[in-house]
Structures are given as C-alpha cells and as structure tokens.
Design a protein around this ligand. Structure first.
Ligand code: G3H
Length: 560
C-alpha cells in the first residue's frame, strides 16, 4: 500500500520527465483569432497551472521562474504545482469584436459562408484537418500537461476528433445528396434543405477540451454557421496551435476564439443578442445563467450536454467479473471525470459482498502515475482543490455509516487522489444524489429492484444506465421503464458516448438536443424550402435556374 509520500513521489522532478513528453515552457499564448487573423494580445493573462505537479524544492530558481512555477496551492512538502504558461485574459471589448466579426460573416444569413455551397465548405474543413493533423503531437502533449489525461487517452481524444470530422463530412454529403432533388406533391414542386441558424457560441468542457469543443464547432460550421468558440478553463492552451489552421482555412470571421474568464467575456456576448445558438457542455447551473442573459431567450437555440449521475445495477445473476471490469472502466476512466461515467453502483444484496470485494481489489490494482507512464490509470486531477472535494464526499458518507473498502482508497498527495470504493451508501448521503465527477465509486446495496428504479425516476438526471445480469426476462422488465427515464440503457456494458454515430443525449437536467455525427448537423440547422405551383411558367424558371446553376440552394447537383 503506498503511503501519501509514495503517491507524492510519483510527481517528477524536471529531470525525470521523459524527453519525448517535456514541454518547452513557459508557453505564452499571445494571440486570439479575430476576423480571420491571429490578433496579438498584450493585456492581462491567465496562468495555466498543470495538474502534473513538480517534485522539487524551490532552491536555485530565479524570481520569475518561481512566480511561474508556484501557485497559492503549494503544499510545502516538496510538491509544487507547475505553471506551464499563460493564455490571454480578454476583456468584454475584445470578445465583442470577435462576435462582431462573426456577425459580419453571417450578415443576417446573406454572408459568403452561410450561402456557400456545401462542397466549398467541405474543402475549407478538409484544408483545416490537414493542418490539424500536423500539430497532433503538440496537442496530445498539452492534453497530458493541462488536464492530466493519459498519453493513450490523449491520443485517442485527438484521433477520435479527426475521425469525427471525417465522418461529419460524409454525413453532410449524405444530407446534401438527400436534399438534391425536388419533391412533387399536390401540384407543388418543392426543394427542401437544411439551412444554418446563425452565429454560434461553442464552449466545451475540460474533460474533453478538444473533442467536445469540436463535436459542436465542426457540425455548426459545416452547416454554414459562423462560430465563436471559448476553450475551457483547463485545456485552453492546447487550442493555441490550432488557431493558425483556422485562420488559414476559413474566410474572415467564420471562426473566432475568445479566451479568459467566462463571466467577463461570455455574458456580454449573449447579452448583445447577437448569439443565435449556444452549444455548451458543462453544468446546468452555468447553462441557465448564460441562457438567461440573452435579451430574447426564446431566440437562443441551445444545444447542451450537462451533468449526469449514471447508475449501474448489478442483478443477482450478473457475471461478476464482467460487471466489475465494466464498472471500473465506466466509473474510473480518466479518473471518473466523464459526464457518462458510472457514478452510483446498485448491487443486489445476494451478490453485494462478492461484488464489492472484487471491485475493491480491481480498483486497488490500478496504476497511479503521470500521464505518460506506461499502463497508468490514475492520473493527477486538474481542478484545484479536487482531491479535497473528493475527500469531503467520502467524509460525508463515512459520517453516515458508509466505509471505504479498498486499501488505497482516498490516499492523496498534491493533485493525485487514489480512487475510493465507498460501500454502504444510502439516500441520505451526498454521494447518492450529487455528481462527484471524480474518482469515487459509491456502492448501494438493494434487496428490491424498486429501489434503484425509484432512484433513477426521482433523480434530476437522465442520461444513461448500465444493467448487469443474464436473465432476458428480468433485463427486459427493466429496459422498458428505463428507456423512458434515460436515453441509453447499456446491457452488461459500461455507460459511454461512443460510437459517435449513436445518438448522445439525456433527459431532465442532463442535456438538451441530441449529438451524434448526423444529429449534430440537424441541431445546428433548420429545414427551409423553396416551393412553386407547377405551372408551365414556374417549371421554365426552375429549369433555367438548375440548367445555369444560378442558385446554391436550388440545385440538383450530386455531391460525390
Ligand atoms: O464527458 C462526457 C463525454 O461525452 C463522455 O464521452 O463516454 O466517450 O468518454 P465518453
């Protein structure tokens, strides 16, 4: 069992960082993207503090280096957070300039981008993707340093995002092909297409700072909406290498970036009434605050991915080894910092002891370390004070009679917190209701299926559930009521978003709108049509328009 000291020793000195993963620090981002160009910023900045703390005394460092390396959260035990750079802390004025550029690109729907043929938009995006591939190593390294994601998962996030772009291009071609025809109905000829909605503000979360920013930004763009995006607070620097690729690939104003404090820069944008679509992945509290600032909230189309408290239900006939493996993966991938994570495990009392014992052993076997360590499964947490927040959840549960059942559970040093399996959780405890979004696995023992079903029905959240069992009749009895409570029921499998072609959404406080490769194209667009009574004169007009390719909208060209 590692003591706190041994967990602490996992943090590297500068010299111990493998050369391939070292950062040339400090990384000072000095630009933001406005009007199709990188605009230099010389105003206030925000330090980027890495969750990969430094294991080293301060001796021998210069004053500026010390300032950059230190944060108020230093522990005084030889562990110090590392400041790896800074990002611009724009003011409302600059954010509004970025928005104004996007509004010009939109030009009330008459701009070059919203009226451009899909094939031309695809060419811009393919150009961007080529450039994006060129900065893969840099972005992957920053994912590790900024949010503590393991090397394997960071690479997966980057590659999954590139795949998502490729699949989105195919999906938009399909959509275009299906719309490249006229329908004749009741003597009326019509062509129906999907058209953009307007200026989109895209804000992704820190746990998937690249992927979940791009899974809204890219479909919104491809459908013809200019986008202003704001990188999350953690995972901000990794967007810097991509700004030039945006600038070189899209017309001015079509993509803009804003950086800094959300309250300072997001509020004024939304309050201006110039944002038409809000694509936000984060908490329902912040989503409500942002939406409320729009002068006409009914005009603001919202696409929201919010919090969740996905339960697993382990039935008495479950294959326990499989249930344990999937629960560990589901609850603790990226330290439980996934909206789709399993955040509460209901176990039938007949198998509760056996399941909990195996779960505890499996969690204790996870390897803690730095993001680049081979086989690492427990990595540093990016949010300051997160380890203490996890400890507070545990203390609340323990005070109510629960206990931590794995030997290493709750060990902590600096930003590392070893996952805790908390057994005996009951409805009065915070862990039963609140989203922990971190490395805690609360286990609830039940005797009647009514209990987990009631908990799911009464919950504020409704994203997914995972059922573990082997009897088709019992599983079916659960599936039918649960599909009306959540939006994905996983059988003998962890909860997850992928594959990205599957619909990803939730009920109640968990989501608004559906995101899959094809659904995302729909949520960022609206159906609009041109219709004409089939008179000889109208037919002649339509034939002329088509023959001479006079319109992007009225067109039967097939997109190969
Ligand atoms: O944080 C929420 C993500 O959408 C989860 O995606 O299930 O693929 O990890 P994932």
């Amino acid at each position: 069992m590692p003591t706190n000291a041994t967990l602490g020793e996992l943090f590297p000195t500068d010299e111990a960082i493998p050369a391939a993963h070292r950062l040339a620090t400090p990384l000072l981002q000095q630009h933001y993207l406005c009007e199709g160009a990188l605009r230099k910023w010389s105003g206030p900045t925000e330090d980027v503090v890495s969750p990969v703390w430094e294991h080293r005394p301060d001796g021998g460092l210069g004053a500026e280096e010390l300032r950059l390396r230190r944060s108020p959260h230093g522990t005084g035990d030889g562990l110090q957070p590392r400041t790896i750079g800074h990002t611009p802390a724009l003011g409302a004025e600059q954010a509004l300039q970025v928005l104004a550029a996007a509004s010009r690109a939109w030009d009330k729907g008459r701009g070059e981008w919203p009226t451009m043929p899909v094939a031309a938009r695809i060419r811009c995006l393919e150009n961007f993707t080529r450039r994006m591939r060129g900065v893969r190593d840099e972005v992957v390294r920053l994912l590790m340093w900024e949010i503590g994601k393991s090397l394997a998962d960071s690479e997966k996030e980057f590659d999954r995002t590139v795949d998502y772009i490729r699949d989105t291009v195919e999906a938009v071609k399909d959509l275009d092909r299906a719309s490249s025809r006229f329908v004749l109905e009741q003597g009326i000829a019509g062509q129906v297409r999907r058209a953009p909605l307007g200026v989109t503000l895209s804000m992704g979360p820190f746990n998937y700072p690249l992927n979940e920013t791009y899974t809204t930004l890219i479909p919104a763009l491809l459908m013809g909406n200019p986008v202003v995006f704001k990188p999350p607070r953690f995972g901000a620097l990794l967007h810097a290498p991509l700004l030039a690729a945006f600038a070189e690939s899209f017309p001015p104003g079509v993509v803009g970036s804003i950086h800094g404090d959300g309250r300072t820069i997001v509020g004024p944008l939304v309050a201006s009434g110039q944002v038409d679509v809000l694509a936000f992945i984060g908490t329902s509290r912040v989503a409500s605050l942002i939406r409320a600032q729009h002068p006409k909230p009914h005009r603001l189309r919202c696409v929201l991915g919010l919090e969740a408290k996905n339960p697993a239900i382990v039935l008495p006939d479950a294959d326990l080894d499989l249930a344990v493996a999937e629960c560990v993966l589901g609850a603790l991938s990226f330290n439980g910092q996934r909206c789709t994570a399993i955040k509460l495990v209901f176990v039938h009392e007949r198998v509760a002891d056996a399941f909990t014992e195996r779960l505890a052993a499996a969690v204790d076997a996870l390897t803690p370390g730095m993001p680049w360590d081979p086989g690492v499964r427990v990595t540093p947490l990016p949010e300051p004070g997160k380890a203490a927040a996890m400890a507070a959840f545990v203390a609340d549960a323990v005070a109510g009679g629960a206990r931590v059942v794995n030997t290493r559970g709750g060990d902590s040093a600096g930003s590392l917190f070893f996952p805790a399996v908390v057994s005996g959780v009951t409805p009065s405890m915070r862990l039963y209701r609140e989203e922990q979004f971190g490395p805690l696995v609360p286990v609830v023992r039940f005797s009647s299926l009514d209990e987990p079903v009631r908990a799911i029905t009464d919950s504020d959240y409704g994203q997914q559930v995972a059922l573990f069992g082997q009897d088709p009749a019992t599983l079916s009895k659960l599936v039918d009521p649960l599909v009306n409570q959540v939006c994905r029921v996983n059988l003998n499998s962890q909860c997850q978003r992928g594959p990205d072609t599957f619909p990803f959404t939730g009920r109640k406080d968990s989501a608004e709108g559906t995101l899959s490769v094809s659904d995302a194209l729909r949520v960022f667009s609206i159906r609009t049509l041109v219709a004409a009574k089939q008179t000889p004169a109208n037919t002649a007009i339509l034939e002329d328009v088509l023959r001479h390719r006079r319109s992007s909208f009225l067109s039967t060209d097939f997109l190969f």
